[in-house]
Design a protein around this ligand. Sequence first.
Ligand SMILES: [Zn+2]
Length: 293
Amino acid sequence: MFVPMKVIVDEAYKGKYGVPAVPGFNEIQIRSAIEAAVEANSPLIFLTGNRGDPHFTHGLVQRFADEVDIPVALCLDHSPTFEDCVMGVRTGCSAIMADRSQLSYEENVAQVKLLAGIAHAAGISIEAELGHVGQGDNYAVDGVSALTDPQEAKRFIADTGVDCLAVAIGTAHGAYVGTPKLDFDRLKAIDEACKMPLVLHGGSGSGDDNIHRACTMGIAKVNIVTDILTATYRAAQAGDFSGNSCHQFYPALYNASKAAVLRCFEITGSTGKATYKVKRILNMYDTASTKEK
Ligand SMILES: [Zn+2]
């Protein structure tokens, strides 16, 4: 069932587990991940960008999601501009991530608050980022700079009305150069201050134990892209697809992608957690009626 992302992250936060957010850029990734989620009885979040034909890709997610009973959300990842965020709303995402983490606090709040109003009026969720999660190939610098301040995070949530917040606690995007070190004391302080679902970006290569532990401490969504793409790429490299075996090429990609997603559920602790009932939700935010009060 296709649902606003808030449904999934709220349940995960209450249950002290995380839900993997995995690449949903093409049909192989989308179908294989949904099959994995059904098999594992796990909620699932897809990440997308407005690349190519977003109406088509986002429509695929909705169509396949509505064929199964488990909750599935689709989040526009790191949307950089106002226009891009609105396109995500228009093309059927059930969440947008408005990343203004490189702006000043005031400018981040101003832009995210405006977009939160738009997202909630459309019945979908919004994630933002405070502090800044950098790049793994620049980890020596990015891994320790711009970490999230707990009290500022609390204020940011109140100032913007976001549904969940991406925090910088020592992870980074892409493949790491150097060993990632997560600041669990900081995560604990952020969780105690915010008491709402937090998001970990740069989950790939951050260490299974680290991720699992973070998911018991307030992280309700873990973005994992590079690990899944790498597993798929390795399957392509490892197989012999010459001659008539070429017919096995796409099934090999599918199976590798599915296996990698299944592994993510184990790491974040979401296996078997799709037990809550969801039904089609028109607008859980009810912005029309709250405005009149
Ligand atoms: Zn990210």
